[in-house]
Write a protein that binds this ligand. Sequence first.
Ligand code: ADP
Length: 380
Amino acid sequence: MTCDPGVIGIFSTLDIAVLKPTAHGVFTVAAPPPHWFLPLVADPIGDDSLVSAFPFLDSFLPNARDFWARVEAGSLRSGTWVQRDSPDSESAFEATALRALSENYLLIAMLGEEFQQRRSALQSARSRGLEKEALERRNREMERITGMTSDFLATMSHELRTPLNAILGFSALLTQGKGGALPERQQHFAGQVHQAASHLLALINDLLDLSGMEAGRMRLHPEAFTLGDELQETFSTLAPLALQRKVALRSDAGCLPLPIYADRIRFRQILHNLLSNSLKFTPEGGTVSVSAHLEGPWIEIVISDTGIGIPEAEQSLIFEKFYQVPRSKGDPLEGTGLGLPIAKGLVEQHGGKMSLRSRLGAGSSFTFTLPSGIFNRGEL
Ligand code: ADP
């Protein structure tokens, strides 16, 4: 008795052809056969050629014989294999074989489309994996560069501050005539040196703060205080600027003892950065006001002005480092573009959030939250 299958079913996932021999060895087609199988069916295949399916399977499906060879007598077996047709093309096959004493069946499914899909899904998963890996590598590199830049800035800032303090101190002495009376013109020059050095020191301090925040090196020293006290302090520092700009500085939160639990120095810095911006970008006769209220465990503080406003397209950009809204000539542009990123970064270091509402020509409102410390005073 032959061990080879006498009945062959070959079907693809799209065209199914299950071919069964009748008692006289004539094929009946149970379903439309795949086009590549038709010539075989159309040809009058005699009983002899049915004795073994392999002569023709061998020519294009060499693995089928191996598969069949591993089917034990009296058992049913399923399996799949991939056949490389050419260097850049593969086909997958799924086979089920029944080897009985009287009848042998071998059903082979060509997993054409499904296989292609599976393969391209695998390939795209693989390329997604590669992309993710490349992205992670790039992120690690960026972190390393940011860390190096922060270290460099921290070292440089420290080294620059020492001589700068000497310039500041001595130019102040010269301006005040403490090193001997100076002619008016020279006194004026010394004043300018002092002013430029102060500006440079502020810039260096800002850079140091930003690099510290980015490197995760900033330490906060939270304490409990009231908004009113700090507001009074900041208002008196900014009063000369408000006077010079002829802008009213108001607050309805000043006399309320609203509690804050934050780093006091950093809080002053946030207030100062936002309020000085509002004073700077509000034309004569305008108003800058501060309001606040408690919102659960947070205090929400709003700084509003009746100033020039910020175009919608620029509203997210102004929180980027060094970004300044381009203005027409003659508008005030002194500054560094670091005040807002620092203020927002400081708020976030406290676990709070900062947002902006603004309309061009109609003013801006910066809202931020900080812990009130009412419910808990966790570590910041
Ligand atoms: P700087 O004030 O030093 O330029 P900031 O980071 O504080 O840097 O602000 C970035 C930019 O955002 C400013 O240059 C200005 O164009 C815009 N801006 C900030 N605050 C206001 C405001 N209250 N009104 C209008 N524009 C503002």
